[in-house]
Design a protein around this ligand. Structure first.
Ligand code: PBG
Length: 330
């Protein structure tokens, strides 16, 4: 009887750890991570968020401590989200344009203490409005585009003046990237970047985030007249094309893991810096699975983050950033 052999053994290069390392096509390092942080008023305050176990809101002193921790871990950038006190929330979200609001104070505190870490700031009105929408709402409850975009320009300038490095509009209004870029240039902020939440879907995965910034109870209706329909992929490419034409330096796809197909298509089509936001509901899915004894946190965190890199991402916004960086540095 003649022995038969596989023509090629793909298992050969997997047989030892040194060889698996040598053949790895993708790398994940702390430099690939952006850490989203929630800011709250006060001093010495840490408020755990029940639906995001392991994530807290921090007062400015705690935010500065997190910035130092991130720098020590090799994380290059933080993303900031304010929990605006309810008495400062209004129909028009005007607190977003207050140069002394929580967001601006957090930017300045981080930049003073840790000048070399990047600070990315979310542009959208939802943490500042009484209705929880990202923009201005008309009598019929519709989020109006052009007046909102003008307000977002003011919000973006307010953040840039406070020292934000990356303006990240998450509102999905039409035309706002070009308007913000023009306003930044006109004020001399030539090196302030724009990372556009270009393909942001109306998603069931944002629930814990809305607890974190206290908008869940406020939100009237849903965000489907401005955020994308999850049935659509071609439309995501049109969104990305527009944001790039208007001057975005990088684009984001959000949520993350359920939209890896979109990330890959964006990267193949445009070859631009592409980021993913592994959102709050994705984080909560992992943490609840871990709490139920159904998953290994460390393995799952590293596998999901590597998946984003494999799909073409330059980096990932993730609430697991510090934990992942610790694992990667070990
Ligand atoms: C709001 C905003 C949201 C997130 C980031 N910016 C929520 C929303 O669109 O309702 C979600 C992030 C997350 O779920 O982790 N402009």
């Amino acid at each position: 009887m003649t022995a038969s052999y596989p023509a090629l053994r793909l298992r050969r290069t997997r047989a030892s750890q040194w060889s698996r390392r040598l053949h790895a096509e993708t790398v994940l390092t702390p430099a690939d991570l952006i850490w989203p942080l929630f800011v709250t008023e006060g001093q010495g305050v840490e408020e755990p968020i029940a639906s995001l176990p392991g994530v807290s809101r921090w007062s400015l002193d705690g935010i500065v401590a997190r910035a130092r921790e991130a720098a020590a871990l090799g994380i290059p950038c933080l993303a900031l989200f304010p929990n605006t006190p309810s008495h400062l929330r209004t129909d028009d979200g005007r607190e977003a344009m207050n140069p002394d609001n929580l967001m601006c104070r957090a930017i300045r505190a981080i930049k003073d203490a840790v000048p070399d870490i990047g600070v990315l700031t979310d542009v959208a009105l939802d943490p500042y409005t009484t209705h929880g929408h990202d923009g201005l709402v008309d009598a019929a409850g519709y989020v109006v585009n052009d007046d909102t975009a003008n307000a977002l320009v003011e919000q973006a300038l307010t953040q840039a003046r406070a020292g934000s490095d990356v303006i990240a509009p998450s509102d999905m209004m039409d035309g706002r990237i070009g308007m913000i870029r023009a306003a930044l240039e006109a004020e001399g902020f030539v090196n302030v970047q724009i990372m556009a939440y270009a393909a942001k879907y109306a998603s069931a995965f944002y629930g814990p985030f809305r607890d974190a910034v206290n908008t869940r109870g406020l939100l009237k209706g849903d965000k489907r007249t401005y955020q994308m329909d999850h049935a659509n992929a071609e439309e995501a490419l049109r969104e990305v094309a527009l944001d790039l034409a208007e001057g975005a330096d990088s684009v984001m796809v959000k949520p993350g893991l359920p939209y890896l197909d979109i990330i890959r298509r964006v990267k193949d089509e445009f070859r631009v810096p592409t980021f993913a936001y592994q959102v709050s509901g994705e984080y909560a899915m992992i943490e609840t699975a871990v709490a139920a004894g159904a998953a290994d946190r460390d393995a799952m965190v590293l596998e999901t983050l590597m998946a984003f890199k494999r799909a073409g991402c330059s980096g990932v916004l993730t609430y697991h950033a510090a934990h992942a960086a610790r694992l990667l540095n070990a």
